[in-house]
Design a protein around this ligand. Sequence first.
Ligand SMILES: *Cc1c(COP(=O)(O)O)cnc(C)c1O
Length: 422
Amino acid sequence: MTFQNTLEFAQQLDAKDKLFKYRQEFHYPKVNGKEVIYFTGNSLGLQPKRTQKFVDDVMTDWKELAVEGHFYADKPWWDYHERLASGLGKVVGASPKEVSVMNTLTVNLHLLMVSFYRPTAKRFKILCEEKAFPSDQYMLQSQLRFHGLDPKDALVEVKKREGEHFWRTEDIIQKINEVGEELALVLMGGVNYYNGQVLDMETITKVGKSVGAFVGWDLAHAVGNVKLNLHDWDADFAAWCSYKYMNSGPGNASGIFVHEKHLGKKDIPRFEGWWGTKKETRFLMQPEFDPIETADAWQLSNPPILSLAPYLASLELFDEVGMDTLIEKQKTIVAYLEFVLHEIDKQVESSFEIITPKERGCQLSVFLHGEGRPLFDYLMKNGVITDWREPNVIRLAPAPLYCSYEDMYHFGQILKAGIQEK
Ligand SMILES: *Cc1c(COP(=O)(O)O)cnc(C)c1O
């Protein structure tokens, strides 16, 4: 498709967009009385309007039924989390029994490490990408120290090449093979938060498994963004948060995936609690743990229903739209944003460098050479919500559920004005 950087052209794209009507499903913050252009769905997704009712229903059930709500609410609380499994399974490419929702992301990664990082004298190394998201780095380092290991010896980071902004699959593969029999675990971010790169999860999983390591994925920036096939890829485990592209609210519950082949085992190392034991016998309050034969075996506590409610609302939306339709629009809107950036680049003195490689999802990370913090402030004051990373990178994520092509056009004009007014 040949794009044009005009309002009319952007509006034509919106008119043809199957997802355009979903804009009305969301609440937008306002700046100067106008709904913002929202580029930070990769950080905190907008609130779907239907979410309020899901939360209100729980509040009402609690008010009217109190403890009886566990069993007699319209959506009973004791198995409320199971309602999320089939929708989530579709989003991550897993069967419902392979997914569960609990805790928050970093907590879940720690819990999954209990099961999938079991270092021995010979096989003890963990491989990740350099400059992984800070929480992941802290998590990995503290796990290693917990096992009496020194991250300097046991943490292997795959680097980008000199002068390049992205990881090359061949370098990751080479590193995995090099560490070989010493490699206990590959744990990486499926989509990098900084440059927006989508790693070749299928290949990396295959290679990691071929040297005998467990392979897990942090999917914080991948879930609800790119096509995932966790089961078929044969990943051992994964975890993600729900508040980025999944629009489920600040700090909300995290999802986990555990591959079918690890389910139903009593002898797998795992930190356990009463919500992971079989429902049929749970309330007999017996001392012996009898794991549920699904990923729910990793659940510890009775789930936070008020957190699950917004996640369920959001999954209903994702189920209606479907990942394929979402990704189809995403590819076009990101390409259009890229086009607009190139067009504006020609009209101003500053130069933009998109550091996101072609393996991308929703996000473009852009170096604004010759620009600084004042441009970011200008954008924010003029209704463009984006984020700034030192020294001068902005991350733009036009989430396909609620961003329009017209937004992309207006963004270009605001960006140009911000540079010219300097
Ligand atoms: C957003 C994000 C997190 C956040 O972790 P929480 O435990 O939810 O605070 C962790 N890892 C990555 C890669 C992220 O993008």
